[in-house]
Design a protein. Structure first.
Length: 202
């Protein structure tokens, strides 16, 4: 998702000024929908090719600017309705991407989304497709959107390491329980063997 600096929605209070002369850094707040085929499996995600501007033909996650007074989730639902004629459900937030383009700074809130109703009709983009994880590198992404993919990849690695650590910890706990149970069994057997009542007369 890349917003043009001519969009309204720039936060003037975040513009930076130098002591001599004026250097204004436009900060544009936008939202991006990482639409997936299933919120549980996330096997495929939906991407669109930009149909205008300097980055025409490069790929991005659909979305747009946040209007004054809008919550990011509200803005995202509105933008997808406008751009794709589709109603979406907004799920967990992936994160906020901060990216410096040559003429402005982009602050982009990214959310996992799924389709509720509609056919994802292209009104602004020139192309669209569903991509599996192995196909993500088959298109040229806008720089900020590439950052989303890198963040998600890092999160996947962290989740995998966490799962491995959790499984390893569970194995250690199970092994300790088995060892304790065996020790108790041995103790019971020794007590039974030493009990005169359990000794049979020849």
């Amino acid at each position: 998702m890349e917003a043009r600096p001519t969009h309204s929605g720039t936060d003037p209070q975040k513009d930076q000024q130098t002591d001599r002369g004026v250097k204004i850094v436009k900060i544009i707040r936008v939202v991006a929908a990482v639409i997936c085929d299933s919120i549980q499996t996330k096997h495929k995600i939906y991407a669109t090719a930009r149909g205008y501007g300097d980055y025409k033909g490069q790929w991005e996650f659909p979305g747009g600017k946040i209007e004054p007074g809008e919550a990011p989730q509200q803005a995202l639902k509105r933008e997808i309705e406008e751009e794709l004629d589709t109603e979406i459900a907004v799920h967990d937030k992936i994160g906020t991407i901060e990216y410096d383009y040559p003429t402005f700074h982009l602050s982009m809130d990214c959310f996992w989304c799924t389709v509720v109703s509609g056919e994802l009709i292209l009104k602004e983009a020139e192309a669209a497709c569903w991509l599996t994880k192995d196909e993500l590198d088959s298109v040229q992404w806008l720089p900020a959107d590439q950052t989303i993919l890198e963040k998600n990849s890092r999160d996947d690695e962290i989740n995998l390491l966490s799962q491995v650590a959790s499984a390893s910890s569970a194995f250690v706990r199970t092994k300790a329980r088995i060892r304790t149970a065996l020790q108790l069994c041995r103790a019971v057997c020794l007590l039974d063997a030493s009990n005169p009542a359990n000794i049979t007369e020849p």
